[in-house]
Structures are given as C-alpha cells and as structure tokens.
Design a protein around this ligand. Sequence first.
Ligand code: GLY
Length: 332
Amino acid sequence: MKRRSFFKFGMLSALASILKPQSLMGMNYAVSKVDLDPQKPVVISTWSHGLAANEEAWKLLGNSGKALDAVEAGVRHTESDLTNRSVGIGGRPDREGHVTLDACIMDDQSRCGAVAYLEGIKHPISVARAVMERTQHVMLVGRGAKSFAIDCGFEKFKTPIKEVKQDWKEWKKEHKDEFEKPEINHENHDTIGMLAIDENGNISGSCTTSGWAYKLAGRVGDSPIIGAGLFVDNEVGGACATGMGEAIIRIAGSHTVVEFMRQGHSPEMACKLAVERIISKHSDVKGLQCGFIAINKNGQVGGYSVYNGFNYAYKNSKENSQLIDAAFDRKW
Ligand code: GLY
C-alpha cells in the first residue's frame, strides 16, 4: 500500500472507532463497543446458537479454566442440540442421506487437530482434540476418523435423526438433478466457530459443522481446515469463519484475518479486509454469504460478513452473553 493510501486507511480506521455503526461515509462499517474494550477472559462464537455455547464455555473460563477446554466444552453443547440443523448430530445430510461432520480445534501452542467427513459420532470436536493430543497427525477423515473415534471410546450416535431424514426425503423428491447447486443461506448453513482468551491471556479456537445441507457426497468445507475455518496464533489472536466454505478456503480466510491483525488492524477491520478479499476473488457474489469473527491478544473482538444478517455471541466477566450484529459489506 502506498504511504498516502496507508495514511488515509489509518485515518478511516481511527474515525470508524469513534463513529456509530453504519455512519462512515455511507459504508456498512461499524466498530462495536466491545471491539474497543480490552479484557480477559472473553469468549465469542458465531450466530445465536453461540449464546448458549458461550455460557457452557464460561463455566470453565469464568473459573480460571483454560481457553482450550472452554472452546471444546462450548461447541459440544451445540453439537448435541438435536434441533440444530447445521451443526452436529441434528444436522442435515448430504444428498445421499449421510450426515457427515467436520470439526477442528487449535490452541495457544499452535497445536491443532481436525476431523472431516465423520459419520455417527456425537462429538466431532472432541475427536479433533484427540487427533491433536493423541496422534502425530493433524487431520483424520471418513472411515479412518470414525475408527479412531471408536478406538478412543467416543460416543456413537445414529444419524440422520428421524425429522431430518423425513426432510431429506422431501428434498430429494423436488431435486433430481445430481449436480444442482443447493441454495446456501443462514438457515441451512451456520457453522459454530468459537474463540476464547483465558485469564492468562492464552487463546484457543474451535469450529464444527454438518456442512452445506444436501452437499455432494464427499464434500468437505472450510470448517475442519486449519487456516480456513479456524486459525490461532497466540502472539496475535484468532479467527474463525462461517458461510460458504469454498469461498473461505480460496483465501485461507481465518489465517488471512489473523495476518491482518498482525499488521496492526483491529479484529473487525481484519475481518472486513478478509471479506473484501473474498469479494475481489469472485466475479459474482450474489448469494455468497461468508463471515468472520476475530479476537486479538488484548481480548478485543470483531466480526464482518459479506451480507447483513450475520451475528455473533459475546461474553465477558462483566456482562451476560449478548448477540452482536456484525458489520457487513452489502444488503441481501
Ligand atoms: N462453513 C461451513 C461449510 O462450508 O461447510
């Protein structure tokens, strides 16, 4: 960036931090109050299901627990919610009727673990943690991931659940074209990604999903991919992603957000710059929703999405878990 434009950009960032949401020259740029408020411990997670997940995480974080334990416990709550159609065992299947789960976890030591295309196991996030802690690998997929989970004694669960199977049968009647692109929106596609900083200032993150509803069999999105769905660098901060995984993978989204924070940008500005990169790589972003949330080393947070409607749950020691509307680039 040229010196002059860098200066202009810096001025805009500073202005944004004192202006109210959506007041910056007509742009949908906003810096939420919490973004300006350094503190720890803090936990954030994507979408409204993050409110309950944060409360679970807080049972550990609020009692001097470690961020790693908190981000695992938090999203386990969402994974076992049978009413959730985009995360865990209540999730929607691929177009062949298989519910395949993706998850990853990363800690303050840059250790990481992931599972993809895992079927019939209740808590993929805990299997991801076991991959990180008990093997020399980072990612296990499919049949191998399932055998590993069973060997480790993780609880099995038969999927799809009855209601989901019924919905899938109805969907199949209407959608006969094998390669038809299913619609993607926040109702069929909302990963939970969680980031926490503990009272020692250590950061960890987790990410888990059942992926794009009625995806092609074999499809894996961004959520289990370290650097795409989740990235943590304890010297800088962490980020995680939600939305269309294919677009997030193309720019190594969460890693990109962390690198923007390393350059000195606030969490929200870092998320905005990553969203702008996604937009710049697509000739048409109609219907392409992606969002990021981020936390930095001071416990400041932010989020940003391509379209309006994305929100994330925030919890610190002073306030109850609250839902924050992320700033966005454009309206639906
Ligand atoms: N972001 C979740 C997925 O694309 O599967």
